[in-house]
Design a protein around this ligand. Structure first.
Ligand code: F6R
Length: 241
């Protein structure tokens, strides 16, 4: 486990963007799963700037959605597909169809999960997982309790996740059902970058890196992974004094 602590959110974003850009340069056809949420937004913008300045070819990347609400149409601005498009695909000028979706808008969500798993396998697994840290240690929507072998599946969001996502839903109720990329795929990624920002993540980051490895804190499985880099800003990094 590599840990990089930066002085603030902007330097965290720049560092993450640099690492992602370097990896893309080495692996231009990489399959990568991309988190939504607030934490990586600036990193994706910084990445787009690096791509432009350094003429990095991203046209053969294979992006994958990390999670999606059930019953939310793709063109609903609250869909995580829409978020991935605005935050990641558009700045990199990648076509909307370039991302492998998790189809929470289909009636048969079990089949949607199977299709997604097939696509991950066809890509040879993920080269890179770009993740944020949930308030309860969720990665994607792998809500506690999650086993390390859990596959892509439909989950019921916990009250902690519903509360943290409420800000994105305005007056409307956050859907309680979601699809998530399996924990099995995330932990098998050949590189994992976990971005963490803000004092409100300090306690869960501490449990992630120093607490017991437990189903109750899914992010704690990362302690067992060699090729993980945590990029945290100073506010999020637990003061060890
Ligand atoms: C987003 C996702 C979530 C978020 C996590 C942190 O696709 O899967 O796991 O990464 O909830 O969200 P933010 O960054 O908004 O604090």
């Amino acid at each position: 486990m590599h840990i990089v602590v930066t002085k603030d959110h902007t330097t965290m974003s720049q560092k993450a963007a640099r690492l992602i850009a370097d990896l893309i340069q080495q692996q231009p056809t990489a399959a990568l799963v991309v988190a939504t949420g607030n934490t990586p937004l600036q990193a994706y913008q910084e990445l787009a700037s690096l791509v432009q300045q350094e003429h990095i070819n991203v046209s053969s990347l294979q992006p994958f959605q990390l999670d999606e609400y059930v019953g939310v149409a793709a063109d609903d601005p609250r869909s995580l597909y829409g978020w991935s498009k605005r935050a990641f695909l558009d700045p990199l000028q990648l076509p909307a169809a370039s991302i492998t979706r998790l189809r929470g808008d289909l009636d048969d969500t079990a089949a949607a999960c199977r299709d997604y798993d097939r696509a991950v396998h066809a890509a040879g697994g993920f080269e890179l997982a770009i993740l944020g840290l949930g308030p309860n240690g969720h990665l994607g929507f792998n809500e506690p309790p999650t086993r390390s072998i859990d596959p892509t599946r439909q989950v019921t969001l916990t009250p902690a996740s519903l509360a943290s996502n409420a800000a994105y839903w305005g007056e409307q109720t956050v859907p309680e059902q979601a699809l998530t990329c399996g924990m099995n795929h995330l932990l098998a990624a050949r590189h994992i970058f976990l971005l963490v920002s803000g004092a409100h993540k300090r306690e869960i980051l501490w449990q992630t890196v120093k607490g017991p490895v437990t189903e109750e804190i899914p992010s704690s499985y990362l302690q067992q992974i060699a090729n993980i880099t945590i990029i945290a800003d100073h506010d999020a990094w637990p003061n060890e004094d």
